[in-house]
Design a protein around this ligand. Structure first.
Ligand SMILES: Nc1ncnc2c1ncn2[C@@H]1O[C@H](COP(=O)(O)OP(=O)(O)O)[C@@H](O)[C@H]1O
Ligand SMILES: [Mg+2]
Length: 291
């Protein structure tokens, strides 16, 4: 993306979250700074417990920020009233790791989708138009609307539930999507599909995706920029190429040594020296994102 076209979409300075008090205090996110631009695909990479989900929840406004500021479209974010929060959520949405916890158990699937249409100001549309939109959204994620109407989300499989989440995003068309390890709790064969659908949706709508993962190899393949998070701190960030092919932080180097030799495992035993990062990632073979 050229510099003049870059539009600051979401940024933060000194963003911090502390849980608990005194001896029992946990600094889950520790003075992080970030600048995310429109249309970018950013990955935030870190091991379990590094503070990724806590950061996502602050960005979404689900939990308070202990210290620091978050800016949305260049303006300091103000979500103090319920009305303002609802307005904010038109622009920023999330898909979480656990599909079961993402739905209100009292809502049927058509009500879930109808809410999205209403949130986008479609309350006054005809019933036929609404059904047409819900059918289209279901078709996009390979679900059949007719089979969904009388079901609850938890009657679906994990993979189907995450696809329904993407159907919601299809209808909501937010400017920013936070995807917090959306594939880590579903079966392997659904994973690639979910990622494909997210990429397709991004192509269609131009939305910015913040992809949260513990998998640095996957981050390399999908993202423009990468932020590495260790124990609540951003220890390194930059373009995916910079960070992964030329890591500076010890922590990033360690994450990279844990990456399985995805491309040429069968050749590895013949090598006289270990592969360099460059070699490891430069194979023309496509990554198998199902691993
Ligand atoms: N509601 C909470 N109360 C207290 N501690 C929490 C809470 N949520 C998360 N934590 C702690 O904050 C740290 C970061 O957690 P989390 O953001 O879930 O990390 P990640 O998503 O990277 O695995 C962990 O030490 C976790 O135990
Ligand atoms: Mg998490």
């Amino acid at each position: 993306m050229s510099n003049e076209k870059k539009e600051l979409c979401l940024s933060g300075t000194g963003v911090t979250k502390v849980f608990g008090f005194g001896e029992r205090k946990t600094v889950a996110v520790d003075h992080v700074d970030f600048s995310f631009y429109s249309g970018e695909l950013i990955s935030i990479v870190g091991e379990s417990g590094s503070g990724k989900t806590t950061l996502v929840k602050m960005l979404l406004g689900l939990i308070s920020v202990t210290e620091g500021d978050i800016f949305f479209m260049g303006q300091k974010r103000d979500i103090r009233s319920h009305r303002k929060k609802k307005e904010y959520w038109k622009g920023i949405q999330a898909i979480f790791q656990d599909p079961f916890s993402s739905y209100n158990i009292f809502k049927k699937i058509d009500a879930v989708l109808l809410d999205c249409i209403h949130m986008r100001g479609g309350r006054g549309l005809s019933k036929e138009k609404k059904i047409e939109m819900m059918t289209e959204a279901c078709r996009f994620v390979n679900l059949k609307y007719e089979e969904m109407t009388n079901k609850y989300p938890f009657e679906l499989s994990g993979g189907q539930m995450q696809r329904l989440m993407i159907a919601r995003i299809f209808l909501l068309k937010p400017k920013i999507l936070l995807a917090d390890e959306p594939t880590s709790m579903i079966d392997a064969c659904s994973r690639a599909t979910i990622l494909d659908m997210l990429m397709e949706l991004r192509k269609e709508t131009g939305m910015m995706i913040i992809f949260i993962t513990h998998d640095i190899g996957l981050a390399y393949y999908v993202s423009d920029s990468v932020y590495i998070m260790e124990r609540g701190k951003i220890v390194e960030f930059g373009s995916a190429n910079e960070v992964i092919l030329n890591p500076k932080a010890e922590y990033t180097k360690r994450l990279l040594t844990d990456v399985p030799k995805i491309h040429e495992p069968w050749e590895f035993s013949k090598r006289k020296r270990p592969m360099t990062q460059e070699e490891r990632f430069s194979s023309p073979q496509p990554i198998n994102i199902e691993v």
